[in-house]
Ligand binder design. Structure first.
Ligand SMILES: [Zn+2]
Ligand SMILES: [Zn+2]
Length: 275
């Protein structure tokens, strides 16, 4: 398996970091986890695209993780040569989100159907709302979901991908919790969203300090990785985006809690999982 960080950013617009999104390249095809700002630009750079995603998995419905859902929904359809429903797995509420997205796009759907004689079907999706358990099992690849803790955002999910003895966990936004610990046990790679709570406290803006309570700090994520005995911890969804020259601080904070390899994500970083 291969993990490609499509977007290492956060809700805060950044010239170098797209919104949260992770591509996991498996023997069953490309699996996409969340679809933040700029996801299809980065997917194009990774040699993937809306028509290539075997399935889209949503960790939760916070705007930064779903910003470009409409782009995937439209491009998968408008560039297709036959009906190609988008499979989506997410928490309760995902079906409502997909219906609302389709409704929002209704004028565009009408324009394109009227303009292209060979496009004779509407865009569509197949939605699976999950709380825990196996949510994808194809071609020897299994994806397992478990509840995470991002309260007051409820419900939220983490995912574990198993393929041929290799395993990747995509945590989404969460504080340390049992559901995530279950997914992480013995995993090769943990992709974890983090915030620098020390820096956000220094800035002192209430809107930013609010963020601390429902995310993992870098040491939190590192302790989760250590408890699970994972091999590689990938820090992503970096809040605030690291100022140039401060990258080592992030790595040092993680290394104080975790003996394994730590990667500070950048857009299009590739983590190869080979034993
Ligand atoms: Zn969130
Ligand atoms: Zn987020």
């Amino acid at each position: 398996m291969q993990v490609i960080i499509l977007g290492s950013g956060s809700p805060l617009p950044d010239p170098d970091r797209a919104g949260p999104s992770t591509l996991v390249r498996t023997s069953a095809g490309d699996l996409l986890f969340d679809c933040g700002r700029g996801v299809l630009m980065r997917a194009a750079a990774a040699g993937s695209g809306a028509g290539a995603f075997r399935s889209l998995f949503l960790t939760h419905l916070h705007s930064d993780h779903i910003t470009d859902l409409n782009d995937i929904f439209t491009m998968r359809w408008a560039l297709s040569f036959e009906p190609n429903p988008l499979p989506v797995v997410g928490p309760i509420g995902t079906d409502t989100l997909l219906r609302a997205t389709e409704a929002m796009l209704e004028p565009d759907i009408g324009y394109r159907l009227a303009h292209h004689a060979d496009l004779q079907w509407r865009p569509s999706s197949t939605v699976t709302e999950a709380e825990r358990g196996v949510v994808f099992d194809e071609g020897g690849v299994r994806v397992t979901a478990a509840p995470t803790d991002h309260a007051p955002v409820r419900p939220t999910l983490g995912f574990r991908i198993d393929d041929g003895g290799q395993s990747v966990v995509v945590a989404g936004d969460t504080v340390p919790c049992r559901g995530l610990d279950e997914l992480c046990s013995g995993a090769d790679v943990l992709v974890h969203t983090v915030v620098r709570s020390d820096l956000l406290e220094q800035i002192g803006l209430p809107r930013l300090t609010d963020v601390i309570g429902y995310h993992s700090s870098v040491p939190d994520a590192a302790r989760t990785a250590a408890r699970g005995g994972v091999r590689t911890l990938v820090l992503t969804h970096l809040v605030p985006a690291p100022a140039p020259g401060t990258e080592q601080e992030w790595l040092d904070q993680a290394a104080a809690e975790f003996d394994g390899e730590v990667v500070l994500a950048t857009d299009l970083a590739i983590i190869d999982i080979a034993r």
